[in-house]
Write a protein that binds this ligand. Structure first.
Ligand code: GCW
Length: 678
């Protein structure tokens, strides 16, 4: 059968062993029959899912007895209907209890959203033929689990690779919100509870009457039944550019009042709006620094406006000067976030969360964790990841990102010489913060595959899975996603697992090694090789490559001092070449091309070899995928095939462009005589 991919992992396809599920109850009881409630939606999903997966039509009803039913609802509703519910105390907000042990299946959420998550969990289990009885409580790792969508008002999407926006068209909120509702359903199934729909490079016209009306009466309404709360990005200069004031100074009472007023208007239409996301004083965006106010002054202005409504402010730490001068050896964009934020710790209002990109630069193929995670102790933080692979092949290359994210999440920053994994910092646990969590830049578009590539959807699925439980293994998450998306064929499982698990190392190998960053075109597309574009401009993604040497000296003793932004144990490790892992060598050190790695190879020979290796791996993806012909519907087979053939070719382009570039520069021959003119 043809599949357009729009159902992603929620296909509810029939399972071959349906008849082996003996204990399926006879009916569904949803403990809320208001049509716009997540519990009602859960009842509908269960009905539809069970019909699709097991071929059994169960009725949903709001009142009947619990025995021999699938009961879905909140703990409170359960108590009201049936009396005591033992596990209630173990549930945290958005958490759920699932039991399939008795003749009754219990799906009980701490709140309505949790109940819906439990229903999706149950459906995911049976869709994977995980029929054996279970009983457990599942709670989220962190309260904030949001998607960020960089949609522009004109319907284009910054760094979006799947067609135009599903939220905006020609300057306004779309009339038809069917796709938005479908997307909210997908997000709910991976337990994402918030969505910021417009670009962080924000346009103030979102605040027009007509658009506020559209946010409320259409978008928020469409997503609310799925427990997905709407949020918006703001342009800091709105009071002036849009509101007609003469200033946007955050300490000017008129500006404060303007924001309070517009915020009240929005909340009147969207009473449960999650809050605001703000990019300020970064890449040309306006911000408080324009008026010599601090970033905290700026963030707190919004925090005051949303506070009476229970809203929060996600304030981005991606603040840097994009006109820095490379001729100064000590200049370093990687220092910017800590430099800007270190003196502001403790100065943010309680409902502000500082949103930090995983690394100090910008979503590169390899970065150390941002040191800012360990600097902010009295400020809530969240980690920003990119599902949209801006620097990672833009969904024309397969790159399964869970392993990259897990490296960052598990990196231990050793604050005060104590275990301080990034994942425990952003959950709020390490520094006892009330808020914290996750922001994932997704950028879905109107293409039916959502991301423009079927295989890339494993990244969205993994993002949700890890935001809920970062201890999950990349390969296990992938396995669930493959079964749900493509079914039970063992060869399909084997091939997609192999391709996906090899994909990040392969891409790193042919795009940029040893922590030198993705050597892509920095100035415009961020796509394809262009190592020459890294240096000689103010963007600060420098490599400092010359005839003899390469890498950023970020040591304290001789370089930009960036290593010293980490807590002492980690700082000491990055300060010395001997203790810096090879894969970050050129991130922290400027060395000769002949410098020997721990592997015994020289830097330049590692470059040559890795680019050959990575490109060779990409070639294997084509025959691997071709071995699945006939085992996957033609539509998805052909679409992926097209992309894999492209990747295979483009990997060769990458390989030769990068190798030739460094060969020309260094004039050091390749031991294997592949690079250069022979
Ligand atoms: O990496 C850069 C991107 C910009 C983006 C910016 C940011 C939305 O190239 O497109 O702007 O990061 O994260 O703010």
């Amino acid at each position: 059968a043809a599949e357009d991919g729009s159902q992603a992992w929620l296909r509810y396809a029939p399972v071959p062993k349906a008849s082996e599920y003996h204990s399926l109850p006879a009916s569904i009881v949803a403990l809320n029959n208001t049509k716009t409630s997540p519990v009602y939606v859960a009842g509908q999903e269960l009905e539809k899912g069970i019909k699709g997966i097991l071929g059994k039509q169960l009725g949903v009803d709001g009142t009947s007895k619990a025995s021999s039913s699938i009961v879905v609802g909140t703990a409170e509703a359960y108590k009201k209907a049936y009396g005591e519910f033992e596990e209630a105390d173990e549930l945290e907000p958005d958490g759920f209890f699932l039991s399939t042990e008795g003749s009754t299946v219990l799906i009980i959420g701490q709140n309505e959203r949790g109940a819906l998550y439990g229903a999706f969990e149950y459906l995911s289990r049976i869709a994977q033929q995980k029929f054996s009885p279970v009983s457990y409580v599942s709670n989220p790792h962190a309260p904030i689990r949001w998607s960020n969508e960089w949609n522009n008002m004109d319907g284009s999407i910054e760094r979006g690779y799947s067609g135009p926006s599903i939220f905006f068209r020609n300057g306004f909120v779309v009339d038809n919100v069917t796709r938005a509702a479908e997307y909210a359903r997908l997000l709910a199934s991976i337990r994402i509870n918030g969505i910021v729909i417009n670009n962080v490079n924000a346009n103030a016209t979102l605040l027009s009457e007509r658009n506020i009306e559209g946010l409320g009466s259409r978008l928020a309404d469409a997503m609310r039944p799925y427990g997905v709360q709407l949020g918006i990005s703001l342009n800091f200069a709105s009071p002036k550019d849009f509101g007609g004031l003469s200033t946007f100074d955050p300490l000017d009472p008129a500006v404060d009042a303007w924001w309070a007023n517009i915020t009240n208007k929005i909340y009147a239409r969207v009473p449960d709006m999650s809050g605001y996301l703000v990019k300020a004083n970064s890449e040309g965006q306006p911000g408080p620094l324009t008026y010599n106010r601090t970033l905290a002054d700026g963030a707190n202005m919004f925090a005051r406006a949303v506070k009476p409504h229970g809203g929060i402010v996600m304030f981005r730490a991606f603040v840097y000067d994009n006109h820095i001068n490379e001729s100064n050896w000590k200049n370093d964009r990687a220092n910017a976030a800590v430099d800007f934020f270190k003196d502001l710790d403790g100065k943010f209002d309680e409902n502000v969360v500082v949103q930090i990109k995983y690394g100090p630069i910008d979503f590169q193929v390899r970065e150390p964790a941002s040191p800012l995670f360990s600097t902010l102790r009295k400020t809530s933080t969240s980690i920003e990841l990119q599902i949209t692979p801006e620097y990672l092949g833009q969904n024309c290359h397969l790159v399964y990102l869970a392993p990259l994210w897990k490296e960052i999440l598990n990196s231990d920053l050793r604050a005060d010489d104590k275990p301080s994994k990034v994942k425990d910092i952003v959950s709020g646990q390490r520094f006892s913060r009330p808020l914290g969590g996750w922001a994932g830049v997704v950028n879905v578009g109107t293409n039916s595959s959502w991301l423009g590539s079927h295989l890339a959807m494993s990244n969205l699925y993994a993002y949700g899975a890890l935001a809920w439980d970062p201890s999950l293994e990349s390969e296990d998450i992938l396995g669930d996603w493959i079964r749900l998306t493509f079914g039970f064929d063992a060869r399909v499982m084997e091939v997609i697992t192999e391709m996906s698990m090899k994909s990040w190392p392969a891409y790193e190998n042919y795009s940029g090694n040893l922590g030198i960053q993705t050597l892509t075109d920095i100035l415009y597309t961020h796509f394809g090789p262009n190592p020459a574009s890294q240096d000689g401009n103010g963007w600060g993604q420098w490599t400092r490559a010359d005839k003899f040497s390469i890498g950023m000296d970020r040591t304290v003793k001789n370089g930009t001092g960036n290593a010293g932004q980490y807590p002492p144990e980690v700082a000491a490790r990055y300060e010395e070449i001997e203790t810096t892992p090879d894969n970050l060598l050129l991130w922290f050190h400027h060395v000769n091309y002949t410098q020997k790695l721990k592997s015994g190879k020289s830097v330049i020979q590692h470059f040559y070899d890795a680019h050959y290796e990575g490109a060779a791996t990409a070639q294997t993806f084509v025959p691997l995928w071709e071995s699945l012909q006939g085992r996957i519907d033609d539509e998805r087979y052909n679409d992926v095939h097209f992309r894999q053939v492209f990747q295979a070719g483009h990997a060769l382009v990458w390989r030769d462009a990068i190798n030739q570039f460094y060969h020309n520069l260094s004039e050091i021959p390749d031991d294997h005589e592949r690079v250069g003119n022979h």
